[in-house]
Design a protein around this ligand. Structure first.
Ligand SMILES: NC(=O)c1ccc[n+]([C@@H]2O[C@H](COP(=O)([O-])OP(=O)(O)OC[C@H]3O[C@@H](n4cnc5c(N)ncnc54)[C@H](OP(=O)(O)O)[C@@H]3O)[C@@H](O)[C@H]2O)c1
Length: 167
């Protein structure tokens, strides 16, 4: 809201804010209704939200003379693996935010995109999530082996197995 006001004050009067929690079905529906009512279509959907899937120990970072604000910088990440840990909860949050929520938001807003002559769907990802970097050989093969037939049900099943194994 604050950012929107600042941008509006600077002359960008056509910027509006609407709250969205991508993990909350009601919140997605509320955004969908808002766009439908006010605009009737969506030209570009950018799925930018993200969760890292790791817990970072800021005390360890400080001991390494790394500013916690900088931990994502490319060189820093390589040095600070020691300060990161993965848990079932952090990975679940990661998958819920980065995969299931993107899917749910896109499904909900897809009809509005279809109403636009210039429809675009941009999904922001990360090098760290490239399939070829998946450490487990069998999982990598499952995901990369037959990409043409990598349908939604199959991906969901792989992710369920992954979380089950992690637990
Ligand atoms: N930074 C990098 O070096 C880097 C590198 C490669 C890829 N990326 C990708 O770039 C994208 C943005 O990353 P970033 O670095 O800007 O990350 P960030 O600063 O941590 O921002 C993540 C954003 O996701 C939002 N978010 C998280 N959970 C959400 C939820 N349940 N509902 C709605 N919004 C939610 C956060 O909103 P709140 O602030 O309101 O919590 C925040 O604005 C991500 O997809 C990430 O994978 C980043």
């Amino acid at each position: 809201m604050e950012a929107t006001s600042l941008l509006n004050e600077q002359g960008l009067s056509n910027i509006v804010f609407h709250q969205l929690d991508v993990q909350d079905a009601q919140s997605i529906e509320s955004l969908e209704k808002f766009i439908q009512t006010h605009y009737g279509r969506l030209d570009i959907l950018v799925n930018n939200d993200g969760a890292y899937g790791v817990i970072v120990d800021e005390d360890v970072l400080r001991a390494l003379n790394v500013d916690p604000e900088d931990w994502l910088a490319r060189k820093v990440v390589n040095v600070i693996q020691v300060a990161m840990k993965t848990t079932y909860e952090s990975d679940k949050l990661c998958l819920d935010t980065n995969y299931y929520s993107v899917k749910n938001v896109t499904k909900a807003l897809f009809p509005l995109l279809q109403n636009s002559p210039s429809k675009r769907n941009v999904n922001v990802s990360s090098l760290r999530s490239e399939l070829k970097r998946v450490p487990n050989k069998d999982r990598r093969k499952e995901l990369l082996g037959d990409v043409e037939n990598l349908i939604e049900d199959k991906i969901d099943k792989i992710l369920q197995n992954f979380l089950h194994d992690l637990k």
